[in-house]
Every structure is written in C-alpha cells, then in structure tokens.
Write a protein that binds this ligand. Structure first.
Ligand code: NAI
Length: 465
C-alpha cells in the first residue's frame, strides 16, 4: 500500500454477527437482520452496524446535516477532492467524536475518501439522536451513539470502536486511545496513527508520551491555529451561552457570571457574557492568563471570593474540582453552576451531593440541590459540557475549520505514518495556512500580498533609522 501501512493483524469484525446481550440505556444493539428475517414490506434496512435511539428520526437528521453543510464550505471542498482521490481507501477508521450534524459532515468526508468508518459518541450527553439515525439510514455509516446513554453503554460503544480494528483513530478527549493503551493493548499493532480534537485529549496524550508509552503517532488537531483560535474561543463562547439560555431561559444582563479559566474557551465565553450585559468575574491559576483577563477589563478574584459573588458559574479549565464543597457552601441562594470543559470533573458533584439533602430535576438539564444551609444551587447538564448537552454544540462555521483539520490530518497520517515517531505532532503549518486561505475565500474576504519591496525589507537587517 502506498502509505506503508503494516498489514493488520486482527480479524476483521464479522458484520453479520448477531448482537450480544446488552443492557444499555435504550434500545438493543442492532445489526442488519439476516435475509430470512426481512420482509418485502419492511422499510429499507440499514446496511451498517449501529446502536442509535430511533431510526425514524433519520429524515430530520438528514435535513439538519445538510443545513450545517451549507456553513462548511472548506470541508465540502475537501470532500469533493477526497471523492476523486480516495486517500483513505482500504483504511478502517474509528472516530470517537461528539455525534452532531457537523461531525456527520466530517464522517461523510472520510467515507468519501474511501475510509471504512465507525463513529461512536465521545460523551454520553452530546449525541443528537436524529443525526445518529441519519448517519446510519441515509449515509450508511456505522454509528453507536444515544443521547443520555449510561456509562456501561458508553463504554460498550468504545468497545465497538476498538472492535472495528482501526488503522486510524480519531478522538475527542482521548478515550479510545486511553482504552487501547489500557485494556485493549492487543489491538495496538494494527494502528498506524491517530488524531485528537481537544485540549484535554492533547494533555492526556502528552502525559502518555512523557511516560514513553504512546504506541503510535498522533496529530494534535487542537493545536492548529485554525482550530483552537476559532472553535475553542468563538465556538465555545457562543454555544455555551446558547446552552445556558436554552437550559434556564434566564436573563444574562445584570448577572454576575464567574468564568473558570481564561484560556481559549474562557476568553471566548467571558467576552460573550460581557457582550450580553453580564458582570464577568474570572478565576485563574496562571498569572499571565489572569493578567490578560484584568487588562481585558474583567474582575479577577480567587475562587473562594468569587463563590460568594456569583449568580452563574461556568468552568472551562480542563482541570479537576475547580468548584468544590467549600465553594458551594458560600454560594448565594439560587446560584447556577455549569461546566463547558471536556470532562464532568471540574465541579465536585459528589461533594455537592454530600452537602445536600437531596436533588430533583426542575427543568431538562437543570438539577436543583437543596443544601443543608437552606440555600438552593442549580447544576446544569450533570456538569457535562453545557454547550453540547443543552444546546447543539458549536456552530458549523467554526467546525468547518476544526473538521477540515481532522480530515487533512487523517490524510496526512495515511500518507506519512510510516515515517513518524510515536509522539504527539502538531498539524503541519501548511495545512493550517491552507485552511485559513480557503476559509477566507469562502467568506469572500480578500487580503493583500507583500510587495517585492516589503518582502525584501522584512528579510533585511541593514535598514534602520
Ligand atoms: P486552555 O489551556 O487554553 O485554558 C485553560 C485555562 O484554565 C488556563 O488558562 C489555566 O490556567 C486555567 N486553569 C487551570 N486550572 C484552573 C483552576 N483550578 N482554576 C482556574 N483556572 C484554571 O484550555 P482551553 O482550550 O480553553 O480548553 C479548556 C477545556 O475546554 C478543556 O477541557 C477542553 O478540552 C475543553 N473544550 C471544550 C469545548 C466545548 O465544546 N465545550 C471546545 C474546546 C475545548
């Protein structure tokens, strides 16, 4: 094979195998029934393995996927080229991503490139059930994802992704790679490389690399400028506010909002909250990030102080237990707490439960905790990513760039894996630059080019005062 892929040593999964007994949240694992079980009057039976909530939602899902595609012109161009060149032909890819309309368009692109793709959810609450149905029914893509799936189902889906015997993995949070390096090491030999979508996943991979244990090369898609500068900042900023408003329908103006972390996501969130009229307080541990927040006009406080002040708290740190017992105890009655960082560890939920006499759902995605001091606090979306749980995740226009990076990183891996070390790579600079160029062109924005004189000037040292 042109890309120097080692022959895969595992058996290809048997697509006709019958389901194993399954105790998931909703619905049985579903495989195409044998011909003897099909009747002529049945609706078209999906050809691919799947575990989704309701295939009847597929038409709605297809409409939404097409709507998102209108705002994803860079990815569409890549899809067109992939369909002609088939750079992923013969490769099995297991993608563990948030199953949203934008991801569906990435999945279509990888399939157009020739990949044998399996898509599973990267979070129990982020799946759009209509999108998952359409992926199976309309686009023939194996999909395992159900909104609200329990942990057991979530891990059974990860298992399905690994049983797909991938040559390439696409992760959002490094869960597939985590399991591969833990319980499923026997599958490592067949893998040529992977990609990682988010900050937290890249941190996990770098930790694996630092221990000398990373078993194949991985491209850190998150580190591309055309990813984190737009997706993490503008995407998370807007969609987290969207999640907050859809879950609570509260007025933002005049509220004191505490933003945890002033990184790429936190900056986007803080500036959008400010734009809506909130009084924003930032909590940080990094002096440089805190200084930037101060200079951007935000109040910066230690978390213990901010806890007493805030009406709304949203964490975006990628760190554990940023809000914990000693903070909940001092919060105002009616405080709202949420997270938009990758994992549901930023808020110490067991600590909150221990402080409370009980909790109840008062609206979808809003859990009321009655503390023993008599105050109530409201936890949104089980402390999981608010934007993907209570809203639809990032708008397509930013995911266009993130997923253009994913598609091109997968192609890069297919072509170059045999020459790469087992380490975490940045997206090649020419891919990043090309995506900016294509995105600007798609927006009809033209820019200037350096004149010869300017180029010469910038390369010289002898022209001073
Ligand atoms: P970043 O590294 O740019 O920023 C994180 C910031 O949090 C840093 O400035 C750090 O100093 C600060 N921080 C760490 N521990 C803290 C603590 N205990 N208290 C206060 N501040 C603390 O990371 P980025 O890109 O902003 O990502 C943040 C999280 O959001 C990650 O888990 C990432 O995977 C996730 N993410 C979520 C998205 C979504 O759709 N909701 C989209 C993109 C990223």
């Amino acid at each position: 094979m042109e890309c120097g892929i080692a022959p895969f040593r595992q058996a290809i999964p048997d697509l006709t195998a019958r389901p194993r007994k399954h105790t998931g949240a909703r619905g049985p694992l579903w495989y195409p029934p044998p011909a003897s079980e099909r009747s002529r009057n049945q609706p078209v039976t999906p050809n691919v393995k799947h575990h989704v909530a309701d295939l009847g939602l597929s038409e709605l899902g297809r409409q939404k996927i097409e709507w998102a595609d209108r705002d994803m012109p860079v990815l569409a161009q890549i899809r067109e080229r992939f369909a002609k060149e088939r750079p992923l032909e013969g490769l099995r890819i297991s993608a563990c991503l948030h199953v949203t309309t934008e991801t569906a368009n990435l999945a279509r692109t990888l399939k157009a490139g020739g990949a044998d793709l399996m898509l599973v959810a990267s979070n129990p609450l982020s799946t759009q059930d209509d999108t998952a149905a359409a992926l199976v029914q309309e686009y023939d893509i194996s999909t395992y994802a159900i909104k609200g799936e329990d942990d057991e189902t979530y891990y059974s889906h990860l298992t399905a992704a690994i049983d797909h015997a991938p040559h390439i993995t696409l992760d959002d949070g490094a869960d597939v790679i985590g399991v591969l390096h833990g319980d499923r090491r026997e599958m490592l030999d067949g893998i040529i490389g992977g990609t990682e979508e988010t900050t937290t996943g890249v941190i996990r991979l770098k930790a694996l690399e630092a221990e000398g244990k990373l078993a194949f090369p991985v491209v850190a898609v998150n580190d591309a400028n055309t990813k984190h500068m737009f997706d993490n900042r503008y995407g998370t900023g807007q969609s987290t506010l969207d999640g907050l408003m859809r879950a609570t329908n509260i007025l933002i103006a005049g509220r004191k909002c505490v933003v945890g972390g002033y990184g790429w996501c936190g900056r986007g969130l803080a500036s959008r909250l400010k734009g809506m009229g909130a009084h924003v307080i930032v909590i940080e541990v990094d002096p440089l990030a805190a200084l930037e927040a101060v200079m951007d006009g935000f109040e910066v406080l230690p978390v213990a102080e901010a806890a007493k002040e805030g009406d709304i708290f949203i964490t975006a740190t990628g760190n554990i237990h940023v809000l914990r017992r000693e903070h909940f105890e001092h919060m105002k009655d009616g405080a709202i707490i949420a997270n938009t960082g990758h994992f549901n560890v930023e808020i110490d939920i067991p600590g909150l439960e221990e402080l409370s006499d009980g909790s109840r759902e008062v609206r979808p995605f809003v859990q009321e905790y009655v503390l023993r001091n008599g105050r109530k606090v409201y936890l949104l979306a089980e402390g999981r990513l608010l934007n993907l749980s209570a809203a639809e995740g990032h708008p397509a226009a930013v995911m266009d760039m993130s997923f253009a990076n994913q598609a091109l990183a997968a192609e890069y891996m297919a072509k170059n894996a045999s020459t790469l070390e087992n380490t975490v790579y940045s997206v090649p600079a020419d891919i990043d630059a090309e995506i900016s160029r294509l995105k600007l062109a798609s927006m009809g924005v033209e820019i200037d080019a350096l004149t010869d004189e300017q180029q010469k000037y910038l390369a010289s040292w002898d022209q001073g005062t």
